[in-house]
Write a protein that binds this ligand. Structure first.
Ligand SMILES: NC(=O)C1=CN([C@@H]2O[C@H](COP(=O)(O)OP(=O)(O)OC[C@H]3O[C@@H](n4cnc5c(N)ncnc54)[C@H](O)[C@@H]3O)[C@@H](O)[C@H]2O)C=CC1
Ligand SMILES: CC(C)=CCC[C@@H](C)[C@H]1CC[C@H]2C3=C(CC[C@]12C)[C@@]1(C)CCC(=O)C[C@@H]1CC3
Length: 345
């Protein structure tokens, strides 16, 4: 029988706690006096006050061990979007999330905070100051996003005040910061291969990039404000830096900060998108013979060439969210954290 109510509200589990966001979240939770169980397929570090449970979130029995005596669960595990593996996304993000919900019920967990994504409403066309009531994308930009949509619906629909199980989804966008394995490494790799010379479109498109510590702050606020009588129950919240920036200015600041030249020449958006689509189709046709991973996928071109920024008014109103680290400072801290990616290093 689940024992709700007698557990410490500061005992939590972070599923995906070895990852980029997960580890920053774990570190902050420990600073705030939480006792943390990390559940992940890999153990990436050790930290006093943190107990590691290595396992696959699709394995309910393994999860149950990590959720014992836990009252709050943060679920921020996912296969990397670049893995491009449909079966894996379905298994982990959809079937696995069902298993997480079931295990939470069995273990008597009171709150589940899901890391979703603002991209669940993005279809590759402009979004300006988008609010959470935008409809889910009918044509998501990739299979990863398609499974993030189903995952978010599953978690929000599981919210039940009657059962004493409360859920909320955090939708970050473009997370960056120290130890990020994606944004800065992909950017620098592209520059080192001499492919960062062109700006797609006129370069005026605004995008949200969110410093990892602000994303963590949003998760912890959500957990601490999630109560049966609060408006957070079963809701999604955008968490961004609340400072939309030109996509190409942001990329240029990171590039120049690490000693590389910023892109200067413009290419028409439709031309680049068309080429990316063609390359993607060729890769699909050739897949049985050879596996090609193009840098310029239609999804990446859409991310680089359209407006997509989101309002966090709901998070400000319902949980008092304000970004802790402004964008300028966040970029400085990020650049300083990658000395090994500096030009010539
Ligand atoms: N990085 C970004 O810009 C954004 C990320 N998100 C979401 O934030 C969350 C965290 O992302 P990141 O930290 O960037 O990713 P990450 O790849 O660094 O971390 C994900 C973690 O999940 C673990 N994991 C994967 N499959 C698992 C399984 N079957 N069982 C247990 N653990 C498993 C991995 O080992 C890894 O440690 C994800 O849900 C992602 O969809 C949302 C919006 C933007
Ligand atoms: C805003 C947002 C959702 C960012 C998520 C991270 C990645 C999707 C980006 C990180 C580096 C970006 C990048 C490109 C596309 C989007 C990223 C992969 C390009 C491939 C776009 C086309 C180019 O000219 C090169 C870019 C390199 C960096």
């Amino acid at each position: 029988i689940p024992k709700r109510g007698i557990k410490s509200s500061k005992r939590c589990a972070v599923i995906g706690g070895s990852g980029f966001l997960g580890r920053h979240l774990v570190e902050r939770l420990v600073d705030r006096g939480y006792t943390v169980n990390v559940f992940d397929i890999r153990q990436a570090y050790e930290l006093p006050g943190v107990t590691f449970h290595q396992g696959d979130l699709c394995d309910r029995q393994a999860l149950l061990l990590a959720l014992k005596e836990v009252s709050v669960v943060f679920h921020c595990a996912s296969p990397a979007p670049a893995s491009d593996d449909r079966a894996l996304f379905q298994r982990v993000n959809i079937d696995g999330t069902r298993t997480v919900i079931q295990a939470c019920h069995e273990a008597g967990v009171q709150k589940l905070i899901l890391t979703s994504s603002a991209s669940v409403v993005f279809e590759g066309t402009d979004i300006k100051n988008g609010r959470e009531d935008l409809p889910y994308a009918k044509k998501p930009i990739d299979y990863y996003t398609e499974t993030k949509i189903v995952q978010e619906k599953l978690v929000l629909e599981a919210c039940s005040k009657e059962k004493g199980f409360l859920t909320v989804a955090i939708r970050p966008h473009g997370i960056f910061g120290p130890r990020d394995p994606q944004l800065v490494p992909i950017l620098i790799d592209t520059a080192r291969r001499g492919k960062m010379k062109f700006i797609i479109g006129d370069g005026s498109n605004l995008v949200d990039f969110t410093y990892v510590e602000n994303v963590v702050h949003g998760h912890i606020l959500a957990a601490e404000h999630l109560k049966a009588d609060s408006p957070l129950c079963g809701q999604a919240y955008h968490i961004t830096n609340d400072e939309p920036v030109r996509f190409w200015d942001f990329m240029s600041q990171i590039l120049e900060g690490l000693g590389y030249s910023a892109p200067r020449y413009h290419l028409p958006y439709t031309l680049v998108y068309g080429i990316a689509l063609l390359l993607w189709l060729m890769a699909l046709v050739l897949r049985p013979l050879i596996r090609i991973k193009p840098t310029f996928t239609p999804m990446r071109v859409a991310l680089a060439g359209t407006h997509h920024y989101y309002s966090c008014a709901r998070a400000k109103k319902d949980m008092g969210y304000q970004p802790l680290v402004p964008l300028r400072e966040a970029i400085v801290r990020t650049v300083e954290s990658y000395p090994h990616l500096r030009k010539g290093a």
